[in-house]
Design a protein around this ligand. Structure first.
Ligand code: 1GP
Length: 231
């Protein structure tokens, strides 16, 4: 189960801190996307995560939690994705929070449902970049070094190229995928319609679609087709 993401191509990332009606959530869950990822960089609590998870659970598609704070971890997800930021020098975002979590919960973690993500944070204006103190001023060579660190040195199963809020440099994403052998390459950031999804799907293994769900749902639903048509 912990490698179920290897077959994914399209994922919607839903933020527990943002509103989605039942009708909108149904459209997202029946869109043909491969999975729902629940997470966000701010305002995520146990309560709003439980609430969103239980609403998504009415549908068949896999539902994963991307863990951003220890106190918002909710039992019952199919999969738990654990970000480790590779382009920061603030160690709490690489191993610090992780160590605290393992000290408290190491004995009861369902390891067959856990996978680590090597994050490369590339939009300096994003909440995640500010929160983690990421050095986003890196070129394709710098990103490739992070990818090799994740894939070769740390053997993380996922490399996540995170442009949250802005559409990224797909040449950089292609370079990350070129140097990555085992890990699955996720791309997220600024995918907002058929065309941007189609192009991103040509550069990465998995395309993550977030904000546009809340800004323009019909356009968000078109991203599923954009990714499918890339294959
Ligand atoms: C955010 O990578 C995701 O963590 C998706 O980014 O919200 O810009 O689509 P957007």
């Amino acid at each position: 189960m912990s490698h179920v993401f290897k077959t994914w191509r399209h994922v919607f990332k839903l933020d527990p801190d943002r509103e989605l009606s039942d009708e909108e959530l149904e459209a997202v869950c029946l869109s043909g996307s491969d999975a729902i990822l629940v997470g966000g960089s701010s305002g995520v609590t146990y309560e709003n995560t439980v609430d969103l998870m239980s609403r998504i659970r009415r549908y068949e598609l896999p539902c994963a939690q991307e863990v951003s704070t220890l106190d918002s971890v909710v039992p019952g997800f199919d999969l738990y994705l654990i970000p480790m930021v590779l382009n920061t020098d603030r160690s709490e975002w690489i191993t610090g929070h992780h160590r605290s979590g393992l000290e408290s919960y190491g004995e009861i973690i369902p390891w067959d449902r856990v996978a680590a993500e090597g994050y490369i944070v590339l939009n300096p204006d994003s909440t995640v970049a500010r929160l983690t103190g990421a050095d986003s001023d890196i070129d394709a060579g710098g990103a490739a070094a992070c990818a090799r660190m994740a894939d070769k040195l740390m053997r993380l199963p996922i490399v996540y190229v995170e442009y949250s809020g802005t559409y990224g440099d797909l040449d950089l994403v292609r370079e990350v995928r070129r140097v990555t052998d085992e890990a699955t390459v996720f791309y997220g950031g600024g995918v907002r319609d058929y065309e941007t999804a189609h192009a991103a799907a040509g550069a990465a293994d998995v395309v993550v679609v977030g904000n546009i769900v809340y800004d323009d749902l019909p356009a968000a639903l078109d991203t599923v087709r954009g990714v499918r048509d890339a294959d």
